[in-house]
Design a protein. Structure first.
Lengths: 346, 263
């Protein structure tokens, strides 16, 4: 680096392309804008259909942001992610029915169960990489569904129905569709924010180190198995909370909601949106969950159109709509004291 | 004075091949020890045994008097050994700063809960990470861009960042695997000077290197390996005059310019 060509270029690369769209995407207020939109929609149109679609989409966003922790941050390909939602939904359903509890109070049990599920899938697969891991997680997803299909406690193929509402205080029922939608939106917003913040923390960096080069991460003193387990656990928690919302939304849980296609769709949302970037993943999840509804006019061709659109996106944006970008400011304005230790070495 | 690193009769075999066969040497604080030898002599295998990436079949490795033999790489790193790799093992899609932050990972100062709730402690910790990362980049004399993904950078710059990352670990012992490979003359001069400054920090260095000029100038002791065996150990001058070393590695006409077998 005697000829410091890169240094002169550096300042320009700090904030790369800046058309209005990417400025919007980068803006700090984007999250608030999205939340405001999500809250505003029911005031414009609150038909049961719209509320149903939007609530489902919000839950899907939550799942995608959870899977993004596992796949996007940590690079562990998980093809059975929906199993964590199944564990959450069944646990919530079973506990709330058995004890006549509002769903909200099942959350602690759900957390315990999903963390256990995360450990069960995580611990034996720590040594596996990419393709092997994908196969095992695929198996885990199917095992969960088939088990639910065959156990008495999970209600077999017909599942659990008549699940109590999420919460009722006096006469105010949080289960009313509009109220439940708002509850969902706020829970999801909080969890998405938390996932994004985790991504930009010490733990989030550790996940990326593991994704990029496990050996190098080990050599820096990072216990890769702990870090990977934490990715599974956090992913599982996000999925489990998604399960509680799912159980609340439909007040019924059945095995066919947790087929492989669902795992694939969540993964698709992550890949389509841009792995590792929470904002992109939220966008991807909204597209995946809302696009089939918007294409409803095409009747039986809508999934064909959906598929074609996805292929087109992946051809033109192979990294997803909005990939994680590895740029950060060059210098902190405060710490600009010239080489503290390396004083007169030039 | 007790040694930072004591390697005693280290052995590792892959099937029938004894990659390292009875290697012993000590490294003291602020010392720079070079390990030289032809390609395939077992130098990198020895490094991998010391850092836990391979489990030695026999022998022991002591760090500050404590056995670290056969522990996990992460535990050995935490005990105070950091390293660079022969063929750069950086985190290609992450920024230069993030790469250096990896070395500081163990100095944490924040939990995941701090991160989720953005506590003051989290902000302090992140500010510290950034400042410290800049400081180490300055220390190694890195002048390139810092906020860009590292895969976009020139090879020499990547090598500097890898050393900065290893230094940020603030370990007692630094293992450098061919730090000069692929560097031009002035970069090598800077590396030499950097090694001396690292020594001033109180860190002991073991380096594998083919560049004999660098080895002779920087190291206090030289360990020579061939076919997994240690064939000589001593000061650079002693090693240079040793017939077995000349035969195996340096070449008969004892030229300073050594036949280059690069990795």
């Amino acid at each position: 680096m005697t000829e410091n060509v890169d240094t002169t270029l550096a300042p320009k690369r700090v904030r790369p392309p800046s058309n209005w769209l990417s400025r919007l995407f980068e803006s700090k207020q984007l999250g608030w804008i999205a939340l405001a939109l999500a809250v505003a929609i029911p005031f414009i149109n609150a038909t049961p259909y719209v509320l149903n679609v939007l609530t489902t989409a919000a839950i899907f966003v939550l799942l995608a942001s959870g899977l993004n922790i596992v796949v996007g941050y940590c690079g562990l390909l998980d093809l059975g992610y929906i199993a964590f939602m199944a564990v959450g939904a069944y646990t919530a359903g079973i506990v709330s029915k058995a004890f006549e509890l509002p769903l909200l109070f099942t959350v602690p049990v759900v957390l315990v169960m999903t963390i256990l599920a995360g450990l069960i899938i995580g611990a034996p697969t720590l040594r596996l990489r990419s393709d092997y891991l994908a196969i095992v997680t695929l198996g885990f997803g199917e095992i969960t569904r088939i088990t639910a299909n065959n156990l008495a406690i999970t209600g077999g193929p017909s599942g659990i129905f008549g699940i109590p509402g999420i919460l009722k205080i006096g006469d105010f029922d949080f289960q009313q569709p509009a109220v439940f939608y708002f509850v969902t939106v706020f829970v999801v917003a909080g969890m998405v924010l938390a996932a994004a913040r985790l991504g930009k923390s010490r733990l989030g960096r550790a996940w990326r180190f593991v994704r990029e080069d496990e050996d190098a991460a080990e050599a820096m003193g990072i216990h890769t198995y702990k870090v990977k387990l934490l990715a599974y656990i956090f992913g599982a928690i996000w999925g489990g909370i998604g399960g509680v919302l799912f159980a609340g939304h439909f007040s019924a849980v059945a095995p066919q909601s947790f087929i492989f296609l669902q795992s694939a769709l969540v993964l698709m949302a992550v890949v389509l949106g841009g792995m590792g970037n929470t904002r992109g993943v939220v966008l991807g999840a909204l597209v995946i969950s809302l696009l089939p509804e918007l294409l409803r006019d095409l009747a039986e061709y809508r999934y064909l159109a959906f598929g074609i659109l996805l292929v087109i996106v992946m051809v033109f944006r192979p990294q997803g709509f909005w990939p994680a970008r590895g740029y950060e400011p060059e210098r902190v304005p405060t710490g600009d004291k010239e080489p503290a230790v390396a004083g007169g070495t030039k | 004075m007790s040694a930072v690193l004591e390697v005693k009769d280290l052995q590792i075999a892959f099937g029938g091949v004894k990659a390292v066969d009875g290697l012993s040497f000590d490294v003291h604080a602020k010392q720079i020890v070079a390990v030289i030898g032809p390609n395939g002599a077992g130098k990198t295998s020895a490094f991998n045994c010391i850092t836990g990436f391979y489990k030695p079949t026999a022998g022991s490795v002591l760090l500050n008097g404590n056995a670290i033999t056969g522990k996990r790489p992460a535990d050995i790193a935490a005990a105070g050994v950091s390293r660079t790799f022969q063929n750069l093992r950086l985190f290609p899609d992450l920024t230069v700063l993030d790469n250096v932050r990896a070395g500081m990972h163990l100095y944490g100062g924040q939990s995941w809960a701090d991160a989720i709730f953005h506590t003051p402690r989290f902000k302090r910790s992140e500010a510290w990470y950034t400042e410290e990362a800049h400081r180490w980049l300055d220390f190694v004399g890195y002048t390139g861009p810092r906020g860009v993904p590292i895969r976009n950078l020139a090879y020499g710059q990547q090598k500097q960042v890898e050393i900065a990352r290893a230094l940020a670990r603030k370990s007692d012992l630094l293992l450098l695997d061919e730090p000069a490979a692929g560097l031009n003359y002035s970069e090598k001069q800077r590396l030499l000077e950097l090694c001396n400054r690292i020594r001033e920090l109180g860190t002991a260095i073991v380096l594998i290197e083919h560049d004999m000029g660098l080895v002779m100038e920087v190291s206090e002791r030289v360990v020579v390996m061939n076919f997994g065996k240690e064939i000589a150990e001593g000061t650079p001058a002693q090693v240079k005059a040793n017939p077995a070393v000349i035969e195996a590695y340096l070449g008969r006409d004892e030229d300073e310019e050594v036949p280059h077998g690069d990795a």
